[in-house]
Design a protein. Structure first.
Lengths: 138, 142
């Protein structure tokens, strides 16, 4: 088994291989910053063991629906089967946005990599925002 | 900024995005040799960031069972970092290390003098290891 650091190195049990637990993800994630000019909320859904994401972003005239994207799920370590992070990609044609999220204690830290493909001469940029799951418990 | 630009969120229209210098702003806050704050880390022990004009390169040293493991130098993409805490604006970097058996996508930024690296590891072999994400903190050595 190859590894690039000690924490890559685990002894995997073939019988333990199974679907990743996605329970931490589904729901409506709301930006903690009410004044954001980025992503307002995200809806994460699970279907047949697969996770998808729908983003609603702030626009000058209201929310902009980015549509749905497939999500790649990441755990916290190679031996874990519990989802703790994700990545996905939106390609808008004029720009591409890669999202990378990490969840800890109910907080989703979302990194956004925005890369422009048009001739607007806008520089590529990075944004990090925080989201909380609307759980309605208190 | 003119709204003739296409956008998918209001931040796509941020005026600062038209300043080419935003991609290298305060890059000196990132360049140099960084050492993991966690002396017991089982991940990256060191990280080096170099700049040549608008080009950035990164390399690392992973902690191995029998000694350090090189994370070979690779190019990094600079991105303007417009909304860091306390109004700090410094470039952020994205880089991908390709090991063959694994791909490590890194997210690199500095926050109040601390280098924060988030790594998304995707295994490309048949080891059945879960793809995983890890975040580590570094202080600058020189």
């Amino acid at each position: 088994m190859q590894f690039a650091q000690i924490c890559d190195r685990v002894e995997t049990d073939a019988s333990a291989a199974g679907p990743i637990n996605l329970s931490a993800f589904p729901g409506i994630w709301v930006n903690s910053n009410p004044d954001t000019n980025g992503i307002a909320r995200m809806v994460m859904s699970e279907s047949d063991g697969n996770l998808s994401l729908q983003v609603y972003a702030i626009g000058p005239d209201g929310l902009i629906d980015w549509g749905t994207a497939d999500v790649s799920v990441f755990t916290s370590k190679p031996s874990s089967r519990v989802g703790a992070g994700f990545t996905c990609l939106y390609d808008f044609g004029f720009a591409q946005t890669r999202l990378q999220g990490m969840i800890a204690k109910g907080l989703l830290v979302l990194a956004q990599f925005h890369r422009f493909k048009d001739d607007s001469k806008r520089v590529d940029y990075f944004v990090r925002e925080y989201f909380a799951l609307a759980h309605g418990r208190y | 900024m003119s709204q003739t630009f296409e956008f998918k969120q209001s931040s796509h229209l941020h005026p600062a995005l038209l300043d080419p210098a935003a991609k290298t702003l305060d890059a000196d806050k990132l360049t140099g040799r960084w050492v993991n704050t966690n002396t017991e880390t089982q991940g990256l022990a060191e990280f080096v960031i170099e700049q040549d004009g608008e080009r950035f390169s990164v390399s690392g040293v992973g902690v191995g069972a029998d000694g350090p493991i090189d994370w070979p130098m690779t190019s990094a993409t600079p991105l303007a970092n417009l909304e860091e805490e306390a109004g700090q604006r410094a470039v952020a970097l994205a880089a991908t290390f390709a090991f063959g058996f694994m791909r490590a996508e890194t997210q690199i930024r500095v926050n109040k003098g601390v280098l924060v690296i988030v790594v998304f590891h995707t295994f490309l072999d048949d080891s059945r290891r879960s793809n995983y994400v890890n975040r580590e903190f570094f202080y600058r050595q020189d």
